[in-house]
Ligand binder design. Structure first.
Ligand SMILES: [Zn+2]
Length: 185
């Protein structure tokens, strides 16, 4: 899928886990072109889709970010909620994480997708000509902090009520994902 399918949302159409106000959706890559490797990326995207289904977000499409997430977060997501597209990034150290850390981190990001419309409405209410910019920035910091708390609580609820580690295992490479080698066998 070309990047142009994913990026290019207008201002205010997207939200970012980075929490710095209205964000531009991150560029994405196909799994085989990613820095992480196709198998792991396919598993990440399948897992996000399955968690989304658990939450009643079946229409979201998850794609992988071209660049790793910031060093201080295990993963991050940029959402174009009107297009039901989420660009998922993971940390450069992802390969060393436990299954629990991976499952919790990705569930957290999918929950941000769940909350994306609220973020979007907040952005529209906050960043306009009627609210001075310093006030908007202050309100935004409070909103981001409180949203992180809510998302963390919901992540723990999902983790404690669903077997996310088994779900991660179930999303591993399967025969239907394997590419048939071309050439003489
Ligand atoms: Zn978060």
């Amino acid at each position: 899928m070309p990047d142009s399918d994913v990026i290019g949302a207008e201002d205010g159409e997207s939200v970012s886990d980075a929490g710095h106000g209205p964000a531009v959706p991150a560029p994405s890559v196909e799994p085989e072109d990613s820095w992480l490797g196709a198998d792991e990326v396919i598993r990440i995207l399948k897992f996000c889709g399955q968690v989304g289904r658990l939450l009643g977000l079946p229409d979201f499409r998850y794609v992988f970010a071209a660049d790793p997430s910031e060093e201080d977060c295990h993963a991050s997501v940029t959402v174009a909620s009107k297009r039901y597209v989420a660009v998922v990034a993971v940390n450069k150290e992802w390969g060393g994480y436990t299954v629990r850390a991976k499952a919790e981190s990705l569930a957290h990001e999918v929950l941000h997708c769940f909350m994306a419309r609220l973020d979007e409405i907040w952005d529209q209410a906050c960043f306009n000509d009627f609210i001075p910019s310093p006030t908007a920035q202050m309100l935004q910091r409070v909103w981001v902090r409180e949203m992180e708390l809510v998302v963390d609580l919901l992540t723990m609820f999902v983790y404690n009520t669903k077997d996310l580690e088994k779900l991660w295992d179930d999303c591993g490479p399967s025969e239907e994902d394997e590419v048939t080698p071309i050439g003489p066998s």
